[in-house]
Design a protein around this ligand. Structure first.
Ligand SMILES: Cc1ncc(C[n+]2csc(CCOP(=O)(O)OP(=O)(O)O)c2C)c(N)n1
Ligand SMILES: [Mg+2]
Length: 371
């Protein structure tokens, strides 16, 4: 339905690992992964999926205003996220829960945002340089490119020091590629040779608009017209996602300029809990992608390598514990005082905000109860 002759894949849907002429260059990176890291790929994918399902359930039970599922996209996210180094900066869209977790984000921060308790804030300095979720489609591509330009201006690129050279990894969706912001980001990235990897998760839909309406050519061909080298990968294969991103980030950090990866994946769930995908997509299409599930194929791969039953049971327990903990924390979350909405509009105290906060206090007091 969507793979092309150019789609790079290491792990077939049946879980077998194989190389072709095109993927041979990635072999050394895979061979270098020890059993612990290979197990960790699975653990992160499976645990995040379990959390994701719980958050969706919480929304259905009225505990969240909205949930944005990532189910089906775990391999694209975990593989690429693992390829980033501590000093790299990640600019997500709003579905990259697995990447956030890898960088140390407490996933209940996302719940708090979608419960309407925060304006979406976390401090990237405390979350492994995982920047804020961006609901304005594609705008993070420009933020990322600006940041990457800054890294270059600061001399943090191409020094040859692996602890110092940094890059930016920016995530966006197929729909976002139609935005001016994303295309402008390509222009600046290419002109300034930014240390940057554009990571497109093509999950085939922009809410109800299929990718076939957005582009008549494969999306990874577009950046080539801007002078940015690109590859298309099977985004449900965690190994190629890791290897291709590691390769691209290395190139970016070493000063070779931006790179682009199109990861073909599928949004198995709804766009958000406000969406009903049965209105616009077929059961056959969903079944096609279910047969290409990223976690199932990787589990087969690990079992053939000798991973134990205990390992899978332990991961399942970890996922259940995380989900139970998220539920417990969610139910205990208290709304912040209403006046807190004025606090971060400006960096310092501002007379207009003070006036509005005072008005709100008077208004609430007019009901006679406690504020
Ligand atoms: C600038 C802008 N236009 C429109 C929207 C409404 N909107 C929210 S999600 C979405 C689709 C995005 O699709 P895609 O980029 O493929 O990401 P996905 O949700 O599939 O991960 C749209 C149009 C928005 N949030 N921002
Ligand atoms: Mg999409």
């Amino acid at each position: 339905m969507s793979y092309t002759a150019e789609t790079l894949q290491l792990l077939a849907p049946d879980g077998t690992l194989g190389y072709t002429e095109a993927t041979e260059p990635y072999r050394a990176r895979i061979d270098a992964l020890d059993d612990g890291t290979l197990s960790e790929f699975y653990r992160q994918m499976a645990v995040t999926r379990r959390f994701d399902i719980e958050a969706g359930n919480l929304q259905r039970q009225g505990q969240l205003a909205l949930w944005i599922p990532s189910l089906g996209q775990e391999a694209a996210q975990v593989g690429s996220g693992f390829a980033a180094r501590a000093q790299d900066h990640i600019f997500p869209a709003y579905r990259e829960h697995a990447v956030g977790r890898l960088r140390g984000l407490d996933l209940t921060r996302i719940i708090a945002m979608l419960r309407g308790l925060t304006h979406g804030g976390w401090n990237p300095a405390e979350t492994g340089n995982f920047h804020l979720y961006t609901l304005v489609i594609g705008s993070q591509a420009l933020h990322a490119t600006g940041y990457a330009m800054g890294l270059r201006f600061d001399g943090l690129v191409g020094t040859g020091d692996p602890e110092r050279d940094a890059a930016v990894l920016v995530y966006f969706g197929d729909g976002a590629t139609s935005q001016g912001d994303v295309n402008e980001a390509y222009v600046f990235a290419q002109s300034y040779e930014t240390p940057q990897v554009f990571f497109l998760q093509n999950n085939h839909w922009a809410i109800s608009v299929p990718v076939s309406v957005q582009s008549k050519t494969p999306l990874f061909h577009r950046p080539r017209g801007f002078g940015i080298p690109s590859v298309q990968i099977d985004g449900n294969d965690v190994l190629i996602s890791y290897a291709a991103t590691a390769e691209s980030l290395d190139a970016a950090r070493s000063g070779q300029g931006p790179r682009f990866i199109e990861a073909l994946t599928y949004r198995m769930g709804a766009h958000t809990t406000s969406d009903d995908p049965t209105k616009y997509r077929t059961d056959d299409e969903v079944a096609y992608w279910k047969a290409r599930d990223p976690i199932a194929r990787y589990e087969t791969f690990l079992r053939v390598r000798g991973a134990s039953e205990e390992f899978f049971a332990e991961v399942a327990t970890e996922g259940n514990d995380l989900a139970a903990d998220a539920r417990r924390q969610t139910l205990a979350m208290e709304p912040p005082p209403a006046e807190s909405m004025f606090r971060h509009v400006y960096g310092a105290e501002h007379p207009l905000m003070t006036e509005q906060a005072e008005w709100l206090a008077r208004y609430e007091a007019s009901f006679g109860g406690e504020a």
